[in-house]
Ligand binder design. Structure first.
Ligand SMILES: [Zn+2]
Length: 511
Protein backbone atom coordinates (compact mmCIF):
# COMPACT_ATOMS: atom_id res chain seq x y z
CA UNK A 1 0.00 0.00 0.00
CA UNK A 2 1.41 3.36 -0.99
CA UNK A 3 1.65 6.24 1.45
CA UNK A 4 -1.16 8.30 -0.07
CA UNK A 5 -3.47 5.26 0.02
CA UNK A 6 -2.76 4.78 3.68
CA UNK A 7 -3.52 8.42 4.40
CA UNK A 8 -6.79 8.12 2.58
CA UNK A 9 -7.73 5.04 4.56
CA UNK A 10 -6.99 6.85 7.81
CA UNK A 11 -9.07 9.76 6.56
CA UNK A 12 -11.86 7.36 5.72
CA UNK A 13 -11.80 5.85 9.18
CA UNK A 14 -11.97 9.32 10.69
CA UNK A 15 -14.96 10.20 8.53
CA UNK A 16 -16.62 6.93 9.47
CA UNK A 17 -16.00 7.54 13.16
CA UNK A 18 -17.49 11.04 13.12
CA UNK A 19 -20.55 9.59 11.43
CA UNK A 20 -20.78 6.96 14.14
CA UNK A 21 -20.49 9.60 16.87
CA UNK A 22 -23.23 11.64 15.23
CA UNK A 23 -25.36 8.52 15.21
CA UNK A 24 -24.67 7.94 18.89
CA UNK A 25 -26.00 11.40 19.75
CA UNK A 26 -29.07 10.87 17.62
CA UNK A 27 -29.74 7.43 18.97
CA UNK A 28 -29.87 8.47 22.62
CA UNK A 29 -33.48 8.21 23.74
CA UNK A 30 -34.70 7.13 20.32
CA UNK A 31 -36.03 3.95 18.84
CA UNK A 32 -33.61 2.11 16.63
CA UNK A 33 -34.44 1.85 12.98
CA UNK A 34 -33.11 -0.05 10.02
CA UNK A 35 -30.97 3.00 9.31
CA UNK A 36 -29.32 3.41 12.64
CA UNK A 37 -28.78 -0.31 13.04
CA UNK A 38 -27.49 -1.26 9.61
CA UNK A 39 -27.01 1.36 7.02
CA UNK A 40 -25.06 3.94 8.98
CA UNK A 41 -22.71 1.53 10.76
CA UNK A 42 -22.13 -0.01 7.34
CA UNK A 43 -20.97 3.35 6.07
CA UNK A 44 -19.01 4.01 9.22
CA UNK A 45 -16.83 0.97 8.53
CA UNK A 46 -15.68 2.40 5.26
CA UNK A 47 -11.94 2.51 5.55
CA UNK A 48 -11.22 -0.89 7.01
CA UNK A 49 -11.04 -3.25 4.05
CA UNK A 50 -12.03 -3.44 0.40
CA UNK A 51 -15.06 -5.48 1.49
CA UNK A 52 -16.24 -2.94 4.03
CA UNK A 53 -15.66 -0.25 1.44
CA UNK A 54 -18.03 -1.98 -0.93
CA UNK A 55 -20.61 -2.20 1.87
CA UNK A 56 -20.04 1.46 2.63
CA UNK A 57 -20.84 2.39 -0.94
CA UNK A 58 -24.09 0.46 -0.96
CA UNK A 59 -24.90 2.05 2.41
CA UNK A 60 -24.28 5.51 1.02
CA UNK A 61 -26.57 4.72 -1.86
CA UNK A 62 -29.28 3.70 0.59
CA UNK A 63 -28.79 6.69 2.86
CA UNK A 64 -29.28 9.23 0.11
CA UNK A 65 -32.56 10.43 1.68
CA UNK A 66 -30.59 11.59 4.70
CA UNK A 67 -28.40 14.00 2.76
CA UNK A 68 -30.66 16.89 3.80
CA UNK A 69 -30.62 15.85 7.47
CA UNK A 70 -29.13 18.66 9.65
CA UNK A 71 -26.77 16.40 11.62
CA UNK A 72 -26.14 13.43 9.39
CA UNK A 73 -26.21 15.21 6.02
CA UNK A 74 -22.80 16.96 6.20
CA UNK A 75 -21.16 13.83 7.59
CA UNK A 76 -22.64 11.65 4.90
CA UNK A 77 -21.38 14.05 2.28
CA UNK A 78 -17.95 13.93 3.84
CA UNK A 79 -18.01 10.12 3.74
CA UNK A 80 -19.07 10.17 0.09
CA UNK A 81 -16.12 12.41 -0.74
CA UNK A 82 -13.74 10.11 1.06
CA UNK A 83 -15.11 7.06 -0.72
CA UNK A 84 -14.70 8.83 -4.05
CA UNK A 85 -11.08 9.62 -3.10
CA UNK A 86 -10.43 6.03 -2.08
CA UNK A 87 -11.86 4.72 -5.31
CA UNK A 88 -9.49 6.78 -7.41
CA UNK A 89 -6.46 4.99 -6.02
CA UNK A 90 -7.81 1.57 -5.10
CA UNK A 91 -7.34 -1.46 -7.29
CA UNK A 92 -11.08 -1.80 -7.77
CA UNK A 93 -11.24 0.97 -10.31
CA UNK A 94 -13.02 4.31 -10.08
CA UNK A 95 -15.98 4.52 -7.75
CA UNK A 96 -18.51 7.24 -8.13
CA UNK A 97 -19.71 8.14 -4.65
CA UNK A 98 -23.00 9.47 -5.97
CA UNK A 99 -23.89 6.48 -8.06
CA UNK A 100 -22.27 3.68 -6.11
CA UNK A 101 -19.85 1.39 -7.92
CA UNK A 102 -19.69 1.94 -11.65
CA UNK A 103 -22.92 0.46 -12.84
CA UNK A 104 -23.09 -0.67 -16.38
CA UNK A 105 -26.46 0.54 -17.55
CA UNK A 106 -25.62 4.18 -17.04
CA UNK A 107 -23.19 5.35 -19.67
CA UNK A 108 -20.03 4.00 -18.21
CA UNK A 109 -16.68 2.72 -19.28
CA UNK A 110 -15.68 -0.62 -17.86
CA UNK A 111 -12.09 -0.71 -16.76
CA UNK A 112 -10.12 -3.77 -17.80
CA UNK A 113 -8.79 -5.36 -14.63
CA UNK A 114 -5.21 -6.40 -14.40
CA UNK A 115 -4.80 -9.49 -12.24
CA UNK A 116 -7.98 -10.42 -10.39
CA UNK A 117 -11.29 -10.80 -12.11
CA UNK A 118 -13.30 -11.16 -8.91
CA UNK A 119 -16.26 -13.50 -8.72
CA UNK A 120 -17.54 -16.26 -10.94
CA UNK A 121 -20.31 -18.79 -10.56
CA UNK A 122 -20.04 -22.29 -11.96
CA UNK A 123 -23.05 -24.55 -12.45
CA UNK A 124 -22.75 -28.32 -12.44
CA UNK A 125 -25.29 -31.10 -12.76
CA UNK A 126 -25.61 -33.22 -9.62
CA UNK A 127 -26.20 -36.93 -9.88
CA UNK A 128 -27.60 -37.89 -6.48
CA UNK A 129 -28.52 -41.46 -5.55
CA UNK A 130 -32.18 -42.00 -4.72
CA UNK A 131 -31.40 -41.81 -1.02
CA UNK A 132 -29.56 -38.52 -1.51
CA UNK A 133 -32.43 -37.28 -3.65
CA UNK A 134 -34.84 -37.93 -0.79
CA UNK A 135 -32.47 -36.15 1.57
CA UNK A 136 -32.28 -33.09 -0.68
CA UNK A 137 -36.06 -32.97 -1.06
CA UNK A 138 -36.45 -33.15 2.71
CA UNK A 139 -33.86 -30.43 3.16
CA UNK A 140 -35.82 -28.16 0.81
CA UNK A 141 -39.05 -28.87 2.70
CA UNK A 142 -37.46 -28.04 6.05
CA UNK A 143 -35.86 -24.86 4.78
CA UNK A 144 -39.17 -23.79 3.25
CA UNK A 145 -40.73 -24.13 6.68
CA UNK A 146 -37.93 -22.07 8.21
CA UNK A 147 -38.29 -19.38 5.55
CA UNK A 148 -42.01 -19.06 6.15
CA UNK A 149 -41.55 -19.04 9.92
CA UNK A 150 -38.93 -16.29 9.69
CA UNK A 151 -41.19 -14.26 7.41
CA UNK A 152 -44.04 -14.71 9.88
CA UNK A 153 -41.79 -13.46 12.68
CA UNK A 154 -40.91 -10.32 10.76
CA UNK A 155 -44.50 -9.63 9.77
CA UNK A 156 -45.81 -10.23 13.27
CA UNK A 157 -43.16 -8.13 14.98
CA UNK A 158 -43.98 -5.22 12.75
CA UNK A 159 -47.76 -5.63 12.88
CA UNK A 160 -48.00 -6.03 16.66
CA UNK A 161 -45.07 -4.11 18.09
CA UNK A 162 -43.77 -1.96 15.23
CA UNK A 163 -40.43 -3.59 15.78
CA UNK A 164 -38.21 -4.57 12.87
CA UNK A 165 -36.42 -7.89 13.04
CA UNK A 166 -33.04 -8.15 11.39
CA UNK A 167 -31.09 -10.98 9.85
CA UNK A 168 -28.76 -10.80 12.81
CA UNK A 169 -31.64 -11.19 15.31
CA UNK A 170 -33.00 -14.16 13.44
CA UNK A 171 -29.63 -15.86 13.12
CA UNK A 172 -29.21 -15.50 16.87
CA UNK A 173 -32.52 -17.24 17.60
CA UNK A 174 -31.43 -20.23 15.52
CA UNK A 175 -29.72 -21.63 18.62
CA UNK A 176 -33.06 -21.83 20.42
CA UNK A 177 -34.81 -23.15 17.35
CA UNK A 178 -32.34 -25.99 17.35
CA UNK A 179 -33.65 -27.28 20.67
CA UNK A 180 -37.24 -27.28 19.45
CA UNK A 181 -36.72 -28.53 15.90
CA UNK A 182 -33.48 -30.53 15.66
CA UNK A 183 -34.67 -32.01 12.34
CA UNK A 184 -34.15 -28.65 10.58
CA UNK A 185 -30.48 -28.72 11.54
CA UNK A 186 -29.50 -32.14 10.22
CA UNK A 187 -27.60 -30.54 7.36
CA UNK A 188 -25.86 -27.97 9.54
CA UNK A 189 -26.63 -24.46 10.64
CA UNK A 190 -24.99 -22.81 7.60
CA UNK A 191 -27.81 -23.78 5.30
CA UNK A 192 -30.35 -22.35 7.79
CA UNK A 193 -28.45 -19.09 7.85
CA UNK A 194 -28.48 -19.14 4.05
CA UNK A 195 -32.27 -19.38 4.08
CA UNK A 196 -32.54 -16.46 6.52
CA UNK A 197 -30.22 -14.46 4.32
CA UNK A 198 -32.43 -15.16 1.36
CA UNK A 199 -35.35 -13.67 3.26
CA UNK A 200 -33.18 -10.66 4.09
CA UNK A 201 -32.48 -10.20 0.37
CA UNK A 202 -36.19 -10.38 -0.38
CA UNK A 203 -36.83 -7.59 2.14
CA UNK A 204 -33.88 -5.54 0.94
CA UNK A 205 -35.20 -5.71 -2.62
CA UNK A 206 -38.68 -4.79 -1.39
CA UNK A 207 -37.44 -1.69 0.46
CA UNK A 208 -35.18 -0.67 -2.39
CA UNK A 209 -38.11 -0.75 -4.82
CA UNK A 210 -40.31 1.15 -2.34
CA UNK A 211 -37.69 3.86 -2.12
CA UNK A 212 -37.30 4.15 -5.88
CA UNK A 213 -41.03 4.78 -6.19
CA UNK A 214 -42.11 1.41 -7.57
CA UNK A 215 -45.01 -0.61 -6.20
CA UNK A 216 -43.40 -3.91 -5.23
CA UNK A 217 -45.21 -6.85 -3.67
CA UNK A 218 -44.46 -7.65 -0.05
CA UNK A 219 -42.26 -10.77 0.36
CA UNK A 220 -44.56 -13.78 0.20
CA UNK A 221 -44.89 -17.06 1.95
CA UNK A 222 -43.61 -19.82 -0.26
CA UNK A 223 -45.29 -23.08 -1.15
CA UNK A 224 -43.15 -26.18 -0.68
CA UNK A 225 -43.55 -26.95 -4.38
CA UNK A 226 -41.98 -23.60 -5.27
CA UNK A 227 -39.16 -23.66 -2.79
CA UNK A 228 -36.52 -25.17 -5.04
CA UNK A 229 -33.17 -24.09 -3.72
CA UNK A 230 -31.07 -24.02 -0.59
CA UNK A 231 -27.82 -22.18 -0.09
CA UNK A 232 -24.69 -22.44 1.99
CA UNK A 233 -23.39 -18.93 2.43
CA UNK A 234 -19.97 -19.80 3.82
CA UNK A 235 -17.58 -22.72 3.56
CA UNK A 236 -18.99 -24.76 6.46
CA UNK A 237 -21.16 -27.82 5.98
CA UNK A 238 -19.96 -28.69 2.50
CA UNK A 239 -16.80 -29.56 0.64
CA UNK A 240 -15.79 -30.01 -2.95
CA UNK A 241 -13.61 -32.88 -4.11
CA UNK A 242 -12.65 -31.85 -7.64
CA UNK A 243 -10.48 -34.91 -8.23
CA UNK A 244 -13.23 -37.46 -7.67
CA UNK A 245 -16.00 -35.09 -8.74
CA UNK A 246 -17.90 -35.30 -5.48
CA UNK A 247 -19.73 -32.67 -3.49
CA UNK A 248 -19.84 -33.46 0.22
CA UNK A 249 -22.96 -32.11 1.86
CA UNK A 250 -23.39 -32.47 5.60
CA UNK A 251 -26.36 -34.70 6.34
CA UNK A 252 -26.74 -35.74 2.70
CA UNK A 253 -23.50 -37.50 1.80
CA UNK A 254 -21.01 -37.41 -1.05
CA UNK A 255 -23.03 -36.43 -4.10
CA UNK A 256 -21.62 -37.17 -7.52
CA UNK A 257 -21.41 -34.19 -9.84
CA UNK A 258 -20.47 -33.81 -13.46
CA UNK A 259 -17.72 -31.20 -13.62
CA UNK A 260 -17.81 -30.44 -17.32
CA UNK A 261 -15.28 -27.61 -16.96
CA UNK A 262 -12.45 -26.78 -14.61
CA UNK A 263 -13.10 -24.47 -11.69
CA UNK A 264 -11.08 -21.28 -11.28
CA UNK A 265 -10.65 -19.34 -8.07
CA UNK A 266 -11.58 -20.34 -4.52
CA UNK A 267 -15.06 -21.78 -3.85
CA UNK A 268 -16.79 -19.65 -1.22
CA UNK A 269 -20.48 -20.50 -1.25
CA UNK A 270 -22.89 -22.87 -2.97
CA UNK A 271 -26.53 -23.08 -3.93
CA UNK A 272 -28.19 -26.42 -4.59
CA UNK A 273 -31.33 -26.17 -6.67
CA UNK A 274 -33.93 -28.38 -8.26
CA UNK A 275 -35.12 -27.97 -11.84
CA UNK A 276 -37.85 -30.46 -12.64
CA UNK A 277 -36.33 -33.84 -11.89
CA UNK A 278 -32.76 -32.57 -11.93
CA UNK A 279 -30.57 -31.15 -9.23
CA UNK A 280 -27.87 -28.57 -9.87
CA UNK A 281 -25.20 -26.96 -7.81
CA UNK A 282 -23.87 -23.50 -8.47
CA UNK A 283 -20.54 -22.81 -6.88
CA UNK A 284 -19.57 -19.21 -6.27
CA UNK A 285 -15.83 -18.62 -6.50
CA UNK A 286 -13.84 -15.60 -5.41
CA UNK A 287 -10.33 -14.52 -6.33
CA UNK A 288 -10.78 -15.82 -9.85
CA UNK A 289 -7.67 -15.00 -11.87
CA UNK A 290 -8.38 -13.12 -15.08
CA UNK A 291 -7.53 -14.73 -18.41
CA UNK A 292 -6.53 -11.83 -20.67
CA UNK A 293 -6.72 -12.55 -24.39
CA UNK A 294 -4.15 -11.29 -26.90
CA UNK A 295 -5.02 -7.98 -28.57
CA UNK A 296 -6.64 -8.19 -32.00
CA UNK A 297 -6.71 -4.50 -32.96
CA UNK A 298 -10.38 -4.77 -33.87
CA UNK A 299 -13.32 -2.85 -32.47
CA UNK A 300 -17.02 -3.35 -32.96
CA UNK A 301 -20.32 -1.61 -32.30
CA UNK A 302 -23.44 -3.64 -31.71
CA UNK A 303 -27.09 -2.76 -32.04
CA UNK A 304 -29.64 -4.95 -30.31
CA UNK A 305 -32.89 -5.15 -32.20
CA UNK A 306 -36.15 -7.00 -32.32
CA UNK A 307 -36.33 -8.17 -35.94
CA UNK A 308 -32.68 -9.22 -35.98
CA UNK A 309 -31.39 -10.01 -32.49
CA UNK A 310 -28.09 -8.26 -33.10
CA UNK A 311 -26.39 -6.23 -35.81
CA UNK A 312 -22.68 -5.43 -35.77
CA UNK A 313 -20.86 -2.51 -37.31
CA UNK A 314 -19.08 -5.01 -39.59
CA UNK A 315 -22.40 -5.56 -41.33
CA UNK A 316 -23.18 -8.87 -39.70
CA UNK A 317 -26.78 -9.64 -38.77
CA UNK A 318 -27.80 -12.32 -36.31
CA UNK A 319 -31.17 -13.64 -37.36
CA UNK A 320 -31.37 -16.59 -34.99
CA UNK A 321 -33.18 -16.24 -31.74
CA UNK A 322 -36.87 -15.68 -31.19
CA UNK A 323 -36.99 -19.14 -29.70
CA UNK A 324 -40.18 -18.55 -27.73
CA UNK A 325 -41.99 -17.55 -30.91
CA UNK A 326 -41.02 -20.83 -32.52
CA UNK A 327 -41.86 -22.88 -29.44
CA UNK A 328 -45.19 -21.18 -28.83
CA UNK A 329 -47.31 -23.93 -30.39
CA UNK A 330 -45.51 -26.64 -28.49
CA UNK A 331 -45.91 -24.71 -25.25
CA UNK A 332 -49.56 -24.02 -25.90
CA UNK A 333 -50.11 -27.73 -26.57
CA UNK A 334 -48.44 -28.72 -23.32
CA UNK A 335 -50.50 -26.20 -21.41
CA UNK A 336 -53.74 -27.38 -23.01
CA UNK A 337 -52.97 -30.92 -21.94
CA UNK A 338 -52.25 -29.70 -18.41
CA UNK A 339 -55.59 -27.87 -18.23
CA UNK A 340 -57.55 -31.10 -18.73
CA UNK A 341 -55.97 -32.92 -15.78
CA UNK A 342 -57.58 -33.27 -12.37
CA UNK A 343 -55.87 -31.45 -9.52
CA UNK A 344 -53.59 -33.60 -7.44
CA UNK A 345 -53.53 -36.45 -9.93
CA UNK A 346 -50.45 -38.26 -11.15
CA UNK A 347 -51.27 -37.31 -14.74
CA UNK A 348 -51.38 -33.69 -13.77
CA UNK A 349 -47.95 -33.71 -12.21
CA UNK A 350 -46.59 -35.35 -15.35
CA UNK A 351 -48.25 -32.73 -17.59
CA UNK A 352 -46.89 -30.07 -15.30
CA UNK A 353 -43.41 -31.46 -15.77
CA UNK A 354 -43.88 -31.32 -19.57
CA UNK A 355 -44.81 -27.62 -19.44
CA UNK A 356 -41.77 -26.90 -17.30
CA UNK A 357 -39.59 -28.80 -19.75
CA UNK A 358 -40.89 -26.77 -22.70
CA UNK A 359 -40.15 -23.52 -20.88
CA UNK A 360 -36.69 -24.67 -19.84
CA UNK A 361 -35.87 -25.67 -23.39
CA UNK A 362 -36.56 -22.14 -24.65
CA UNK A 363 -34.57 -20.63 -21.81
CA UNK A 364 -31.62 -22.92 -22.54
CA UNK A 365 -31.65 -22.15 -26.25
CA UNK A 366 -31.63 -18.45 -25.53
CA UNK A 367 -28.82 -18.81 -23.01
CA UNK A 368 -26.77 -20.93 -25.39
CA UNK A 369 -27.04 -18.38 -28.20
CA UNK A 370 -26.16 -15.51 -25.84
CA UNK A 371 -23.06 -17.42 -24.67
CA UNK A 372 -21.94 -18.08 -28.25
CA UNK A 373 -22.48 -14.51 -29.44
CA UNK A 374 -20.81 -12.88 -26.45
CA UNK A 375 -17.86 -15.26 -26.59
CA UNK A 376 -17.28 -14.53 -30.28
CA UNK A 377 -17.53 -10.75 -29.79
CA UNK A 378 -15.09 -10.82 -26.88
CA UNK A 379 -12.62 -13.11 -28.64
CA UNK A 380 -12.44 -11.06 -31.83
CA UNK A 381 -12.48 -7.47 -30.59
CA UNK A 382 -10.48 -5.26 -28.24
CA UNK A 383 -13.22 -2.67 -27.93
CA UNK A 384 -16.92 -3.47 -27.84
CA UNK A 385 -19.46 -0.66 -27.84
CA UNK A 386 -23.12 -1.24 -27.18
CA UNK A 387 -26.09 0.93 -26.40
CA UNK A 388 -27.15 1.59 -22.84
CA UNK A 389 -30.63 0.14 -22.96
CA UNK A 390 -32.80 0.09 -19.90
CA UNK A 391 -34.73 -3.07 -20.56
CA UNK A 392 -37.20 -2.92 -17.62
CA UNK A 393 -38.26 0.60 -18.59
CA UNK A 394 -38.60 -0.35 -22.22
CA UNK A 395 -40.82 -3.32 -21.55
CA UNK A 396 -43.15 -1.48 -19.22
CA UNK A 397 -46.91 -1.78 -19.65
CA UNK A 398 -48.60 1.31 -21.13
CA UNK A 399 -50.72 3.34 -18.69
CA UNK A 400 -54.49 2.78 -18.94
CA UNK A 401 -56.43 5.76 -20.29
CA UNK A 402 -59.82 6.15 -18.57
CA UNK A 403 -62.33 7.98 -20.80
CA UNK A 404 -64.39 9.38 -17.91
CA UNK A 405 -67.45 7.25 -18.73
CA UNK A 406 -66.35 4.22 -16.76
CA UNK A 407 -64.58 2.74 -19.78
CA UNK A 408 -61.10 3.01 -21.25
CA UNK A 409 -59.68 4.48 -24.43
CA UNK A 410 -57.27 2.53 -26.57
CA UNK A 411 -53.73 2.78 -25.24
CA UNK A 412 -51.95 0.36 -27.53
CA UNK A 413 -51.54 -2.21 -24.77
CA UNK A 414 -52.00 -5.17 -27.06
CA UNK A 415 -49.38 -3.99 -29.55
CA UNK A 416 -47.01 -3.14 -26.70
CA UNK A 417 -47.56 -6.57 -25.17
CA UNK A 418 -46.45 -8.08 -28.47
CA UNK A 419 -43.34 -5.88 -28.53
CA UNK A 420 -42.61 -6.66 -24.90
CA UNK A 421 -42.82 -10.35 -25.67
CA UNK A 422 -40.29 -9.83 -28.46
CA UNK A 423 -38.00 -7.85 -26.17
CA UNK A 424 -38.13 -10.57 -23.55
CA UNK A 425 -37.62 -13.21 -26.22
CA UNK A 426 -34.55 -11.47 -27.60
CA UNK A 427 -32.85 -11.79 -24.21
CA UNK A 428 -30.90 -8.53 -24.43
CA UNK A 429 -30.34 -8.30 -20.71
CA UNK A 430 -28.73 -11.71 -20.58
CA UNK A 431 -26.54 -11.08 -23.62
CA UNK A 432 -25.38 -7.82 -22.09
CA UNK A 433 -24.49 -9.29 -18.70
CA UNK A 434 -22.57 -12.09 -20.41
CA UNK A 435 -20.66 -9.51 -22.43
CA UNK A 436 -19.82 -7.65 -19.23
CA UNK A 437 -18.24 -10.53 -17.39
CA UNK A 438 -16.54 -12.07 -20.42
CA UNK A 439 -15.06 -8.72 -21.45
CA UNK A 440 -13.86 -8.12 -17.90
CA UNK A 441 -12.27 -11.54 -17.72
CA UNK A 442 -10.51 -11.15 -21.08
CA UNK A 443 -9.33 -7.59 -20.35
CA UNK A 444 -11.43 -6.15 -23.17
CA UNK A 445 -12.92 -2.71 -23.07
CA UNK A 446 -16.69 -2.47 -23.07
CA UNK A 447 -18.45 0.86 -23.48
CA UNK A 448 -22.14 1.60 -23.21
CA UNK A 449 -23.30 4.70 -25.05
CA UNK A 450 -26.46 6.76 -25.07
CA UNK A 451 -28.62 5.24 -27.85
CA UNK A 452 -30.31 8.53 -28.80
CA UNK A 453 -30.26 9.32 -32.53
CA UNK A 454 -28.16 6.26 -33.33
CA UNK A 455 -30.95 4.75 -35.43
CA UNK A 456 -31.79 7.91 -37.41
CA UNK A 457 -28.37 9.40 -38.14
CA UNK A 458 -26.65 8.72 -41.44
CA UNK A 459 -23.21 7.16 -41.09
CA UNK A 460 -21.94 8.64 -44.31
CA UNK A 461 -22.98 12.32 -44.00
CA UNK A 462 -24.20 12.70 -40.39
CA UNK A 463 -27.65 13.92 -41.38
CA UNK A 464 -30.15 12.99 -38.67
CA UNK A 465 -33.87 12.78 -39.34
CA UNK A 466 -36.50 10.26 -38.35
CA UNK A 467 -37.63 10.03 -41.99
CA UNK A 468 -34.26 8.48 -42.77
CA UNK A 469 -35.49 5.20 -41.40
CA UNK A 470 -37.89 3.99 -44.06
CA UNK A 471 -38.88 0.76 -42.31
CA UNK A 472 -37.61 -1.55 -39.56
CA UNK A 473 -34.95 -2.87 -41.91
CA UNK A 474 -34.25 -0.16 -44.51
CA UNK A 475 -32.27 3.04 -43.95
CA UNK A 476 -32.19 5.64 -46.71
CA UNK A 477 -30.59 9.03 -46.02
CA UNK A 478 -32.65 12.00 -47.17
CA UNK A 479 -29.54 14.16 -47.20
CA UNK A 480 -27.13 12.13 -49.35
CA UNK A 481 -29.13 9.09 -50.48
CA UNK A 482 -26.90 6.63 -48.60
CA UNK A 483 -28.60 3.22 -48.23
CA UNK A 484 -27.90 0.61 -45.62
CA UNK A 485 -29.55 -1.92 -43.35
CA UNK A 486 -31.07 0.19 -40.57
CA UNK A 487 -29.62 -1.89 -37.71
CA UNK A 488 -26.13 -2.00 -39.24
CA UNK A 489 -26.26 1.77 -39.70
CA UNK A 490 -27.18 2.10 -36.02
CA UNK A 491 -24.35 -0.24 -34.99
CA UNK A 492 -21.86 1.93 -36.91
CA UNK A 493 -23.16 5.04 -35.16
CA UNK A 494 -22.83 3.28 -31.82
CA UNK A 495 -19.22 2.35 -32.54
CA UNK A 496 -18.45 5.94 -33.49
CA UNK A 497 -20.10 7.28 -30.32
CA UNK A 498 -18.15 4.76 -28.22
CA UNK A 499 -14.82 5.80 -29.74
CA UNK A 500 -15.63 9.45 -29.12
CA UNK A 501 -16.56 8.69 -25.52
CA UNK A 502 -13.34 6.78 -24.97
CA UNK A 503 -11.24 9.56 -26.50
CA UNK A 504 -12.85 12.19 -24.26
CA UNK A 505 -12.45 9.93 -21.19
CA UNK A 506 -8.74 9.54 -21.98
CA UNK A 507 -8.31 13.25 -22.54
CA UNK A 508 -9.96 13.84 -19.16
CA UNK A 509 -7.59 11.43 -17.43
CA UNK A 510 -4.56 13.07 -19.01
CA UNK A 511 -5.25 16.45 -17.37
ZN1 LIG B 1 -26.40 10.84 -45.52
Amino acid sequence: MRGSDLERVVEAQDAGNTLRDALGELRAGRKESHWTRFVFPQIAGLGRSPMSRRYAISGLEEARDYLSHPVLGPRLRQCAQVVAGLGATSAEGPIDAEKGSGSFCRHSVSVPSTSMSGFRTYCFLLQPTSRQRTGLTRLCLGQCELYNAALEERRGAWAWEHRSVSLFDQCRTLTETRQVRPDLFECGVTVCRGTLKRLEWAFAAFYRRCRSGETPGYPRFKAASRFDSVQWEDTNGWGLDTENERLRLMGIGHVKLRMHRPLRGTPKAITVSRQGQRWWVSIRCAEVPAQPLPATGQSVGIDLGVCALMATSDGELVREGRFAKKARDRLAGAQRVLATKRRGSMHRSRACEAVGRAHRKVANQRKDLAHQLSRKLVNDHDLIVCEALRVPQMSRRPKPRPNGKGGFDRNGARAKAGLNRSIADAGWGMLRSMLVYKAEDAGRELIAVDPRHTSTRCTSCGHSESENRVSQAVFRCRGCGHRDHADVNAARNILRAGRAQRASARAGLGN
